[in-house]
Ligand binder design. Structure first.
Ligand SMILES: [Zn+2]
Length: 325
């Protein structure tokens, strides 16, 4: 585990220890608080002894995202008791259910636009972020990928969701929206946590403004061809004072935008070769005239045959925005 995360956890444990001391010395303090205090002290001793984060059963490393969520864990996922495993599975499926409620409606549409997406976590929960928010007569589209995966990434994903949902109500210009969201994200995450994102605003007349914070190229799909549009800025959460340059693109009726996360481009075939951005572009060219849901389906079908149904290792999200008239 990196030193920044270790010092973050040490600080967390010390803060919690203070709180527990106060609470357990009050009149209502009970034995369970004293037990927690003992557990916190034991975790601090493990930090001092250099054994923190090592499974007491197999002596291998405990999963870093679990330690960040709960620095008191002492066993790796493989060595939980039956009871702990059941509790964890229940927690995860609850979290997965909550995460699904954060997604846009599957048949989403507004004046002049229609969207279709595919959201597929590598395990139960995902670090990918996908949202569509009606705003100012048009709408905002947001697609992001939090670094890492699993529970820690999914918590940051829901944090991003809340941040953008709150800021969207203020109808800020795109650069300001990004600057505010970035600052909030920086202030509430530890070093090394960041997210690549595309955030755009689209109007009924086909005008689209967008910012790409270090994200993979988005594709403008039209009868004239498929044009890749590269990132315009650094990922969210890297530097608290960052400017995000805005790009503009105009979609004619029938045109589409294709956005995706690296669960698509980094999927490997049997030879260890990645699917890559060029294949996404070629596929979009072949299906330029397809309806949005057919483009999503074609993408998934090709990915399945490319990877020969290999196990999905990263969260995958596809989003197609279609200008209808
Ligand atoms: Zn273990």
């Amino acid at each position: 585990m990196p030193t920044t995360e270790i010092s973050y956890l040490r600080n967390e444990l010390e803060v919690r220890r203070e709180r527990l001391l106060e609470a357990s010395s009050s009149a209502a303090g009970d034995a369970s608080l004293r037990q927690l205090l003992t557990n916190v002290d034991a975790a601090l001793s493990r930090l001092n002894a250099g054994t923190f984060g090592i499974c007491e059963q197999c002596h291998e490393s405990i999963e870093a995202d679990r330690l960040l969520c709960d620095p008191l864990v002492r066993f790796c996922l493989d060595h939980l008791s039956q009871e702990e495993q059941c509790a964890l599975e229940q927690d995860l499926s609850l979290a997965a259910g909550i995460q699904r409620t954060l997604l846009p409606r599957p048949d989403w549409s507004v004046d002049g636009w229609q969207a279709r997406y595919h959201y597929q976590p590598a395990s139960l929960v995902s670090g990918d972020y996908c949202d569509l928010i009606e705003s100012n007569g048009g709408f905002l589209f947001l697609l992001g990928d939090v670094a890492g995966k699993g529970v820690a990434a999914s918590m940051l994903m829901s944090h991003l969701h809340a941040t953008f949902r709150t800021l969207a109500g203020q109808h800020l210009p795109l650069p300001l929206l990004m600057e505010h969201a970035n600052r909030l994200f920086c202030e509430s995450t530890t070093a090394g946590q960041f997210a690549t994102m595309i955030v755009g605003s689209a109007l009924p007349d086909g005008k689209v403004e967008y910012v790409s914070a270090g994200h993979l190229p988005l594709f403008h799909v039209s009868p004239a061809g498929v044009r890749a549009r590269e990132a315009t800025g650094v990922p969210l959460g890297m530097f608290s004072a960052t400017h995000f340059p805005v790009c503009e693109v105009r979609l004619a009726p029938g045109d589409k935008l294709l956005l995706y996360t690296d669960g698509l481009t980094e999927m490997s075939n049997a030879a260890g070769e990645e699917y890559g951005v060029a294949r996404v572009q070629a596929l979009a060219r072949r299906h330029a005239a397809a309806e949005p849901h057919s483009l999503v389906a074609a993408c998934l079908e090709e990915l399945r045959s490319f990877s020969a149904n290999a196990k999905q290792t990263d969260d995958l999200t596809l989003l197609v925005l279609h200008r209808t008239n």
